[in-house]
Design a protein around this ligand. Structure first.
Ligand code: SAJ
Length: 412
């Protein structure tokens, strides 16, 4: 069996490494974060994802962990590709991983990039770095962007169709053979730049669609109709699929990837930019709506329910909750944050729901974790004023009304 070196053991690298270890490959897991390596060496996964710990246990004997890449047959790069403050793609992690791999790469090795990258990055940036030390080496290189959604990563990693684009036919075939060891979905083969672009199109499509939903939500608030019902009915049309409004788009992908599609000359980007702006401004809109509810309360206390970027994940990257907390504090509101899943959040997280509602004037649902469905509104007796704003249309309104809550739902 092959020896695979997975560089970057985050939300995609670790599950991919686990599937390969389970398939019998010898896996060298690499991460520059010592804490992650230490945790993994002890047999514990470094983040929560349904089913991940047991998958990891199953292949544990095939793993070795290091801070830098070691010689292998195949290298998989799954490091972050964030954006800078000025919204430019930050490829520094990709470049660093490529440089580290170049130090140990051997003739005929295959390198696969899973990270989301800019069109042209594989051929124009990664390949020259890999070949710099050994221009005579035959190096196979392919882009195989991940498509799994956090919360369902393990299932989607196997079942989703994949796109793989190599710099040549052999690279594409070699990457396909490796992924076929654990993927059940169809694998579409193409060139690297197309594969790079496809991944960006998928997330940009979703961002634009959500921006549309957010605009309709604001419109429905104005004209007094229910956006959730309107979208549900519109989506009954066989060729319509409008996404859902919310407090803004978070996560490490959808709020970031559209910026990777922007070209220097600005051609064809108007709609992408506008959608980013609309989604990024949703926290302001949410705060405006909550302000209306609290207009008669001096120095109110609000309790944010769910600060993760979406329901049932322990991930707060790019979460709109951060901006909402900032805006609320700028308004001189007292802010409490409750989240049953988050750890290491920049603001203090109250894990005890009862303490989180103590003396609060308003509950503000941002991430509709399943936990909140278990709350019995009649049992909440310690709030100063009973207001609830739901940005996800997740609550059972009858139950909250019974408990005398004043309810406002985004777009309803
Ligand atoms: N959101 C809405 N309305 C919706 C759907 C989502 O406001 O109708 C918000 C969410 O609350 C969240 C953000 O958008 O803040 C993103 O959440 P998501 O569930 O749409 O997507 P991610 O970021 O968790 O995962 C996406 C997925 N891409 C697509 O569905 C096209 C996943 O398949 C990709 O693998 C992942 O990005 C990635 O890594 O690129």
């Amino acid at each position: 069996m092959k020896k695979i070196c997975v560089v970057g053991l985050g939300y995609i690298g670790l599950p991919t490494a686990c599937y390969l270890a389970k398939a019998g490959c010898k896996v060298i897991g690499v991460d520059t974060n010592e804490k992650i390596i230490h945790t993994l060496k002890k047999g514990k996964t470094s983040f929560e994802e349904p089913g991940l710990q047991s998958l990891f246990n199953g292949g544990f004997k095939n793993f070795e962990f290091f801070l830098t890449p070691k010689p292998a047959d195949v290298f998989i790069i799954s490091v972050p590709t964030p954006i800078t403050k000025t919204k430019k793609p930050n490829l520094s992690y990709i470049k660093r991983a490529s440089r580290d791999i170049a130090k140990v790469i051997q003739h005929n090795n295959l390198v696969i990039i899973e990270s989301t990258i800019t069109p042209g990055c594989s051929e124009k940036i990664v390949l020259p770095i890999l070949k710099k030390e050994h221009p005579d080496y035959r190096i196979f290189l392919a882009h195989a962007p991940e498509r799994a959604i956090p919360g369902r990563t393990l299932t989607e990693m196997i079942e989703n169709d994949r796109v793989i684009g190599g710099i040549d036919k052999e690279s594409t075939e070699l990457a396909k053979n490796l992924y076929s060891t654990f993927i059940k979905g169809k694998i579409f083969l193409t060139d690297t730049t197309t594969a790079e672009t496809v991944k960006l199109l998928e997330n940009t499509y979703r961002d634009i669609n959500i921006a549309f939903a957010n605009e309709i939500a604001k419109h429905c608030d104005k004209i007094g109709i229910n956006v959730w019902e309107a979208i549900k009915i519109a989506n009954l049309h066989p060729r319509v699929n409008i996404h859902l409004p919310g407090p803004g788009v978070g996560g490490h992908c959808i709020s970031v990837d559209p910026w990777f599609l922007m070209r220097k000359d600005g051609v064809g980007i108007e709609m992408i930019k506008l959608s980013r702006m609309i989604n990024d401004s949703m926290p302001n809109y949410i705060i405006k709506c909550v302000s209306k509810m609290l207009k008669d309360i001096k120095n109110p206390t609000i309790t944010i329910l769910g600060a993760a970027y979406k329901a049932n994940v322990d991930d707060w990257r790019e979460t709109p909750a951060l901006k909402i907390i900032d805006l609320a504090q700028n308004n001189k509101w007292n802010v409490k944050v409750h989240d049953p899943l988050l750890k290491d959040f920049p603001y203090e997280i109250e894990k005890d729901f009862k303490k989180a509602t103590q003396d609060s004037d308003c509950l503000l649902i941002l991430a509709d974790h399943s936990f909140y469905q278990t709350i019995k509104p009649l049992e909440i007796k310690n709030m100063k004023n009973k207001n609830i704003f739901d940005s996800r249309n997740s609550i059972d309104e009858v139950k909250w009304k019974e408990a005398d809550f004043i309810i406002k739902i985004l777009g309803k």
